[in-house]
Design a protein around this ligand. Structure first.
Ligand code: SF4
Ligand code: SF4
Length: 488
């Protein structure tokens, strides 16, 4: 048995290694360096064009036109979409929501979650590759980077070279464009919570409130950091979705996949050479699929959790196949079953409609319909009843027994509403205070209400009653339960 004490080797943990590769130790070294964190090699994704790249840019345009454009839309006298946290009102086009409408936010979150499950079961990380803000902003920042510093090889060369005027001015231009875009993104984000016309005026006059300035800078720097520097690290180490997505995958889920049966043995060859005669498959081992990958992985190693399904490797491999005169699709969107069983496109589409997908679709459709119906049937006003804790029950003038309540009436429309308050549930029960109430548009008001019953008309104790609030203009009615106390 080797005697370990004869050559005690000291293990020195270090926080980060400057050299990402394995440490080379002299033969007589008696210390082993163990890195607790793998230093990351900077990834320089090569730009790529092709079908999937075009789709990603379509999604960049759609998502960003919506994000940057919506706060500038007007709806009558106000901003079309505004989450006014101070006034506790959320305006979404013609909808005015109160915090009590939280159920709709829950509904939107549930719909988003089920949509994600459904799309992931069908087409893998479609969201990650095309619509996730991290992907979209990274794409935009990469475009600006290319504009200032050129494509991959130029950027790598410049980064390795000494600091020159050209290098400094290009870096400055890049960071200036990044910061401008990031700051504009932060301002737009805040514009969903503060009317953006007002915000733009405050910005020009340098009169933003401290909270507005804080959130603009915070969101702007988060965008700058995530899209400019952290990039694939966010997908690999921070995003929880990458971790649990495999639970939603099955063998019929569309993934970006390398057809190893067709591609191997990989190796370079002349364009006119016969690969079969050389014992080669269709992969020419050009490594372009690795160079374009935003997460720096090699799709030829199989499905990896780092793969965001962006299709960049499929696009670039198709261009290589075109140049070589081979059929496209060595790297393609396909399913595990399809690659193994050599399925046609029709077979793949047929397998989309499998039980799991049908169940997700049915649940999603039910929730969407339920939420739509609930929104359509939503009452244009809300009523909350609170008993006046100061007085439980008392004998009023004229000998009637009186209970006092406070009704919060919330006008959920943008027109003034007139209401009539009444109550039922006990013989002789009547409203002794003002029955008619007017509430201005989108306002809510606490209304004190006194109810009375004739003395002796009801037994002592607690009696269930109902408040009835009628909208005199629309005819809508809201009924709220309450209790009336009669002293024993
Ligand atoms: S791009 Fe295609 S041909 Fe080139 S290494 Fe990747 S898989 Fe092989
Ligand atoms: S492996 Fe291909 S699809 Fe996956 S992230 Fe890299 S380039 Fe995109």
């Amino acid at each position: 048995m080797p005697d370990s004490s004869a050559n005690p080797r000291k293990v020195i943990p270090i926080v980060a290694s400057a050299n990402p590769g394995p440490a080379e130790l002299p033969a007589d070294a008696d210390e082993v360096m163990v890195s607790l964190y793998q230093a990351q090699k900077k990834i320089y994704p090569r730009s790529v064009s092709g079908l999937f790249s075009q789709w990603r840019w379509v999604m960049v345009w759609i998502t960003q036109l919506v994000f940057y454009g919506i706060p500038w839309l007007q709806w009558g006298e106000r901003q079309a979409v505004l989450f006014d946290l101070g006034a506790r009102r959320f305006y979404i086009f013609n909808l005015v929501l109160y915090p009590q409408d939280f159920i709709y936010l829950t509904g939107i979150l549930v719909i988003s979650a089920y949509s994600l499950f459904l799309f992931t079961a069908v087409a893998g990380r479609l969201w990650c590759g095309y619509a996730c803000p991290q992907t979209v902003y990274t794409e935009m920042f990469l475009w600006l980077e290319k504009l200032a510093e050129g494509d991959r090889s130029a950027r790598m060369r410049r980064d390795e070279g000494p600091w020159s005027f050209d290098k400094i001015s290009r870096k400055f231009a890049k960071h200036f464009m990044w910061l401008t875009l990031a700051f504009w993104t932060g301002l737009t984000f805040v514009g969903y919570f503060t009317p953006i016309h007002q915000l733009a005026g405050e910005l020009l006059a340098l009169q933003m409130t401290s909270w507005e300035a804080f959130w603009t800078i915070f969101y702007g720097f988060a965008t700058y950091g995530n899209a400019g520097f952290m990039r694939e690290q966010v997908c690999k180490y921070m995003c929880p979705y990458a971790r649990f997505q495999s639970a939603m995958f099955d063998k019929d889920t569309l993934i970006v996949t390398y057809d190893a049966e067709r591609g191997e043995n990989r190796g370079p060859r002349a364009r006119k050479a016969d690969p079969k005669a050389l014992g080669l498959g269709d992969c020419v081992d050009c490594s372009l699929c690795v160079q374009v990958c935003p997460t720096g992985i090699d799709i030829r190693n199989g499905l990896q959790y780092e793969c965001i399904g962006c299709g960049a490797c499929a696009d670039v491999c198709d261009t290589v196949m075109d140049k070589m005169g081979y059929a496209r699709g060595l790297v393609r969107y396909s399913t595990e079953h399809a690659v193994k069983e050599h399925w046609s496109r029709g077979d793949i589409i047929r397998h989309v409609f499998r039980p799991r997908v049908m169940i997700y679709s049915a649940i999603l459709a039910l929730i969407v319909v339920g939420m739509a119906v609930s929104l359509i049937l939503r009452s244009p006003f809300k009523v909350d009843v609170v008993r006046d804790r100061g007085s439980l029950a008392r004998i009023a003038e004229g000998g009637n027994i009186e209970n006092v309540y406070r009704l919060q009436i919330m006008n959920a429309t943008e027109a003034t509403q007139r209401f009539k308050i009444s109550a039922t549930g006990l013989p002789g029960l009547a409203v002794a205070s003002e029955e008619a109430v007017t509430i201005e548009s989108t306002q809510s008001r606490w209304v004190p209400v006194r109810l009375q019953v004739p003395y002796g008309s009801s037994a002592g104790g607690s009696h269930p009653i109902e408040f009835v609030v009628d909208d005199l203009d629309s005819g809508e009615r809201v009924v709220e339960k309450a209790v009336f106390l009669v002293p024993r």
